[in-house]
Design a protein around this ligand. Structure first.
Ligand SMILES: Cc1cc2nc3c(=O)[nH]c(=O)nc-3n(C[C@H](O)[C@H](O)[C@H](O)COP(=O)(O)OP(=O)(O)OC[C@H]3O[C@@H](n4cnc5c(N)ncnc54)[C@H](O)[C@@H]3O)c2cc1C
Length: 302
């Protein structure tokens, strides 16, 4: 048998997993290459907008996605990072940290990752009190004072989780008011454990072996706030750096048409990594399904 796959799917978040279920049902010869299973869904706290589940935790939904994928005997390279995607003649070459693969079609479903603050101390205290995932690391800060940096939905979601666990939560927001969903903002404003600091900018993370405080600038005043945990929740950036040949918008999102085609024939993309408006689980899953069906049609005529 040739070493060339029909399809390689990069990523196993909602978009990649859904594409894989469709590909299995179409009996395509394919492979999934992914750093992890579940993607951002696994970091989400409470999910109340995935049809069919009035309430489900992110971890539970990610586990259900994985269970659905594993029902088919799908070849999955888990823990493998794609470094390069390149078209050569009619084949797409994929280079990872562990090997090289050839395929007729690729679906890039690599989603997004957390944006960094870019202040002194951030790199030094990563995983030493500073984290980008409240769902994963929140329980480590039970009964402690923590800061959440940001004011959008990610920051509000983190604050909602942490206010049930931590002793006090400082929500450090650079703009004049919270920009995330009103329902979440109202719940947070009513909670006495949360102090919201608007117009406030973090300028440094301080500590010794572990985080001890953050330095903030609010209006023209500078102050240190003693915290043991810092949750950076200032948005996301697309995982698209490895795909140099495809057109992207100025945010780095891969441009796709309504069939999930990029400008390069045989390279499709789906979910949060693309310029499709609105980044939601149900949208990413739908886009993954659509990308796979488009890929299947492409295979039939190429
Ligand atoms: C805190 C938080 C809360 C949220 N809450 C909700 C909510 O309540 N409801 C809702 O609908 N949406 C919510 N979202 C958004 C939702 O999670 C995303 O829209 C959705 O997960 C996007 O799916 P995706 O498959 O496109 O990408 P992702 O979920 O980002 O998955 C990307 C996948 O690609 C893999 N990957 C990345 N780079 C590479 C690489 N180079 N090589 C190999 N693999 C790679 C990753 O490991 C991962 O498996 C939330 C997001 C966050 C961060």
């Amino acid at each position: 048998m040739s070493n060339v796959y029909d399809l390689i799917i990069i990523g196993a978040g909602p978009a990649g997993i859904t594409a894989s279920v469709y590909a299995a049902r179409k009996r395509m010869r394919f492979l999934v290459i992914t750093k992890d299973i579940g993607g951002q869904t696994a970091w989400s706290g409470e999910i109340e907008n995935y049809t069919g589940y009035q309430f489900i935790s992110g971890a539970e939904l990610a586990a259900k996605f994985e269970e659905h994928m594993r029902k088919y005997s799908i070849e999955v390279k888990e823990g493998e990072e794609v470094m390069e995607v390149r078209k050569k003649d009619s084949i797409v070459l994929i280079k990872t940290g562990k090997g090289e693969y050839e395929t007729k079609i690729v679906i890039i479903a690599s989603g997004k990752k957390s944006r960094e603050l870019g202040v002194p101390g951030e790199q030094e205290f990563k995983n030493k009190g500073l984290t980008y995932c409240a769902t994963c690391d929140g329980p480590l800060f039970t009964g402690k004072d923590v800061a959440v940096i940001g004011g959008g939905n990610s920051a509000l979601d983190a604050t909602l989780q942490l206010m049930n666990i931590a002793k006090r939560v400082y929500l450090i927001n650079i703009t004049s008011g919270l920009t995330g969903d009103q329902i979440m903002a109202e719940k947070i404003k009513r909670n006495e454990k949360v102090s919201i600091l608007n117009n406030a900018r973090v300028t440094a993370i301080l500590g010794e072996k572990l985080v001890k405080s953050i330095k903030i600038e609010q209006d023209t005043n500078e102050q240190n706030i003693a915290v043991e945990g810092v949750f950076v929740e200032i948005g996301l950036t697309p995982n698209s750096g490895f795909a140099n040949e495809v057109d992207k918008n100025k945010s780095g999102e891969i441009k796709v048409n309504c069939h999930n085609e990029t400008n390069v024939s045989g390279i499709f993309a789906a979910g949060d990594v693309t310029d499709v408006p609105e980044k939601q689980i149900i949208i990413a899953a739908g886009e993954g399904a659509k990308a796979c069906l488009s890929a299947f049609k492409y295979l039939a005529i190429h």
